[in-house]
Design a binder for this molecule. Structure first.
Ligand code: AGP
Length: 612
């Protein structure tokens, strides 16, 4: 969603802002803007991409060593020039960029209009800068205090940066429920909504906490206070990822790079955790909570989108290997129910970004009810990682493509290791089986490498089906969440309508859709319910459906029935999703590409969904 980048120091701010905004493009956006201070404030903004902003600015004055930049993902008001950020007031005396939503903006706006304020946009952000200015003038306080007082009247989520024409040596920033990180350079500071625009300049960062207001100076010390006006000591952390991880590394798209990174990312997820020689799995998220897991009567998994699919895989694994009942919940539904949560429940929140608003809210709800909350997150230092009692990072590395790929397989890797370890702890997995699973899981990266070799076959299948209007994905057991994930990938990036179903559920409705125009992807790998899946395939064939089958290498039965076949290597049933999802990622990628779609930044989507 929206992206923030700001700079204050001794360099020219404009190039830093533009590079930073480009780094933030992956989050999804529809307009962009910058404000630069050099005696006067020059503010430029427009609907469209960062490159459109550059064209719009052309040769105009971009001088200034302090500036703010923003990519907007529309919430209040359509994507247009007026609604783009920054928003300014009083001849650009104050300018603001904002991520998040001010929920009570209409009430505030009405009050401000009564007091003579006139608005130029439909946004909640413009209301906020008017409110701050109003407080500053009426209370006769400085900007920092005006921000503090104004924010006490605000309901909602925000990360804001404010530039003041009269104070060229400071930026004022604040955050609540929307991430904001400050990079500390030599006599300079970088501010951003995530660390991607910062990492090329400094590795030292401070993640603001909810309620923090910081005065970021051109030189000298960063000062942070909380809403209660109490000083907060900045906690400086070191960024773990490298700049190269944010580049395409020779691939035409981030999505393809990330698909091909999976052997490495799955290995990294297991590194230092799964050891064949010791015969152990050691995950911080479990060892610190061993007693809780021994007593747990239930695990609740919350997440959204792909992470929710990861959770569904976890449900099968925890129930099969650890014999603990599991409920998998959409975070957005869970948070607005009145869920029954007990103190001995363990809630596992899954999130690539660690910033998804619904997942964060679900965590807060379960925490308030006394449950133990663990996170499985990819982004180190993210809000979800900080809000949970413990957990395990996936270590997949930055995922830039909006469609999640390597994050999913890394989440499933962690869930599998967790299920194995808990199963062993609770006495449900004999030592020999545990060791066999350990050996097998360590071999999964090699199996994924093999799957990636089927890319050419998949590209040919994509050519055949690129103009389809609908797709059906079917799978049973552990392949059912994979079917959902395959369908989600396809609709996200190719805009083809696709649905995932448990294969046996097809005859209860979706079978009515099947005709010669309907491609049906069936994940029919060798596993417990293989024969049942074969029966479902017959039902598809009998109705003329075009069958694309994912089969285990050497399979004869399904291969003879299918119109198109993709082979994957044989793996233990428990690990199938890590392998079977990969061809479906590639299929979506190639279909989307052949349809001329923007694979990395599909329309309307945001990488990190920080509003509900
Ligand atoms: C995945 O391809 C999607 N872009 C989306 O469903 C995503 O998984 C969802 O928004 C959850 O994000 P998170 O993992 O960062 O919490």
């Amino acid at each position: 969603m929206c992206g923030i980048v700001a700079y204050i120091g001794g360099k020219e701010a404009f190039p830093i802002l533009i590079i930073g905004l480009k780094r933030l493009e992956y989050r999804g956006y529809d307009s962009a803007g910058v404000a630069l201070l050099n005696g006067d404030v020059n503010l430029y903004k427009c609907k469209g991409r960062v490159v459109d902003l550059e064209n719009h600015i052309g040769e105009k004055n971009t001088k200034g060593s302090v500036g703010i930049g923003h990519t907007r993902w529309a919430t209040h008001g359509e994507p247009n020039d007026a609604n783009a950020h920054p928003h300014a007031i009083d001849n650009n005396e104050l300018s603001i960029i904002h991520n998040g939503i001010i929920e009570n903006y209409l009430t505030l706006k009405k009050e401000l209009e009564k007091r003579g304020h006139v608005f130029k946009s439909d946004t909640d952000t413009e209301v906020l800068i008017h409110l701050i200015q109003d407080v500053k003038d009426s209370e006769k306080v400085d900007l920092e205090e005006a921000v503090r007082i104004a924010l006490t009247q605000v309901v909602g989520a925000y990360a804001i940066v404010i530039l003041s024409k009269n104070d060229p040596d400071t930026l004022v920033v604040a955050k609540k429920s929307s991430p904001l990180v400050i990079g500390i350079g030599e006599n300079e500071f970088y501010i951003a909504s995530d660390a991607t625009p910062i990492v090329e300049y400094t590795r030292n960062v401070v993640y603001l906490e909810d309620g923090d207001i910081a005065v970021v100076p051109r030189h000298g010390e960063l000062k942070i206070k909380n809403f209660k006006n109490k000083e907060v000591i900045p906690y400086v952390q070191e960024l773990e990822f490298q700049l190269e991880e944010l580049e395409k590394g020779g691939y035409p798209h981030f999505m393809l790079k990330e698909i091909y990174e999976q052997p490495r990312s799955i290995r990294d997820s297991m590194r230092g955790r799964a050891s064949i020689s010791r015969g152990t799995v050691q995950l911080g998220g479990i060892t610190d909570f061993e007693q809780k897991f021994m007593k747990a009567k239930r695990i609740i998994i919350v997440g959204c989108g792909t992470s929710w699919h990861g959770g569904l895989v976890g449900e099968y694994l925890f129930e099969e290997l650890a014999r603990i009942p599991v409920e998998v919940e959409y975070a957005s539904e869970f948070r607005y129910r009145n869920p029954v949560i007990n103190e001995d429940d363990i809630v596992i929140a899954i999130s690539q970004s660690g910033e998804t608003a619904d997942t964060l809210a679900a965590i807060k709800l379960a925490k308030a009810k006394g449950a133990t909350i663990l996170g499985i997150c990819n982004v180190v230092g993210s809000s979800i990682a900080r809000e949970t009692h413990g957990g395990s990072y996936t270590h997949a590395g930055p995922e830039i493509g909006v469609a999640s790929t390597k994050a999913f397989t890394a989440q499933v890797t962690i869930l599998t290791l967790m299920a194995m370890e808990i199963g062993k702890m609770r006495g449900h997995i004999p030592k020999a089986r545990f060791n066999q699973l350990l050996t097998e899981i360590k071999g999964i990266p090699k199996k994924v490498e093999e799957v990636l070799k089927t890319n050419d076959v998949i590209e040919e299948i994509a050519e055949v089906f690129k103009d389809a209007s609908n797709f059906l994905y079917l799978g049973r057991g552990l392949n059912f969440p994979v079917a959902l994930e395959g369908a989600l990938k396809l609709k996200e990036i190719s805009y083809i309508h696709a649905e995932g179903y448990p294969a046996a559920e097809m005859k209860h409705g979706p079978i009515a859709l099947i005709d010669a125009e309907m491609p049906v992807v069936v994940i029919a790998t060798k596993m417990g319910n293989y024969e049942k899946t074969v029966s479902n395939i017959q039902e598809v064939k009998a109705r003329g459906g075009k069958l694309i089958a994912l089969v285990t290498k050497g399979d004869k039965i399904v291969s003879e029935m299918a119109d198109y076949v993709i082979e994957i290597p044989e793996v233990d049933e428990m690990f199938i999703p890590m392998v079977s999802v990969v061809p479906l990622q590639l299929l979506s990628y190639h279909i989307a590409l052949k349809r001329g779609c923007n694979v990395d930044q599909p329309r309307n989507l945001a990488k990190s969904v920080t509003v509900e």
